[in-house]
Design a protein around this ligand. Structure first.
Ligand code: MN
Length: 230
């Protein structure tokens, strides 16, 4: 059977050292660092919750390059959220945290760009966050580094600067729900598939960017992610 329209391209992210990682789905964890939860008005260890972005929201940025995103429509408050991204290589349902690491193909540095004003409005009205979170170009991401090269990333600095000044600063060990626990919870709700990406949450310090700003995100052990807003 032939497609009646040209089939969309497979969204993909370059792998450090060569090759392309095809993106199946993008899962994101909300409020997964205590200080960020506080700045968003929440305290305590609530169960993890998830939202999604479309696979083609990725904006892959090659190692050493400066990527670019267009300032999105309908917002006057575009926020950066720097995150460790986990790339799933082996899918599964009901994966136990103790067994989760073997499902990880690699890691990358990603930005969960957020139209905060629209997200806030949707929250207030009890409506879905899609318009605030799942817009075009909302997921800039650096090269994926294979797990074989990084080992398990359990600790290490995660930072974001804008135009050279540090805005977000945290450590992976401060994750409220660890990557392995997140995989357990996610795979209880959805069958994880090879190609899934998990944005694991952002540390405190989220703030607005404007056209002309350059964001530099880093996670210890991974290539820097550099993205300009145009
Ligand atoms: Mn986020």
């Amino acid at each position: 059977m032939n497609y009646v329209l040209p089939a969309p391209e497979v969204a993909a992210v370059p792998v450090a050292g060569g090759g392309l990682f095809p993106v199946h789905r993008i899962y994101c964890v909300g409020r997964n660092y205590a200080e960020h939860a506080q700045e968003m008005g929440f305290t305590g260890r609530e169960p993890p919750f998830f939202f999604m972005k479309p696979a083609d929201a990725v904006v892959p940025v090659a190692d050493g390059q400066t990527g670019a995103i267009d300032y999105p429509s309908l917002t006057a408050n575009l926020h950066h959220e720097i995150e460790l991204v986990v790339a799933i290589g082996i899918g599964g349902r009901n994966i136990k945290a103790a067994d989760a690491a073997r499902h990880i193909w690699g890691y990358a540095v990603g930005l969960d760009m957020t139209r905060r004003d629209l997200q806030g409005e949707m929250k207030k009205q009890g409506r879905p966050w899609c318009i605030g979170k799942a817009f075009d170009q909302s997921a800039p991401i650096g090269p994926i580094v294979p797990y074989a090269k990084t080992g398990e990333l359990l600790a290490g600095a995660i930072t974001l600067s804008v135009n050279g000044s540090v805005k977000q600063k945290g450590d992976l060990k401060e994750l409220i729900w660890s990557v392995n626990e997140t995989i357990e919870q996610l795979s209880a709700a959805w069958e994880l598939k090879p190609g899934d990406l998990i944005f694991s949450g952002t540390p405190a310090g989220v703030a607005a960017v404007v056209r002309g700003d350059v964001m530099e995100g880093s996670v210890a052990g991974l290539p820097l992610l550099r993205v300009a807003v145009r």
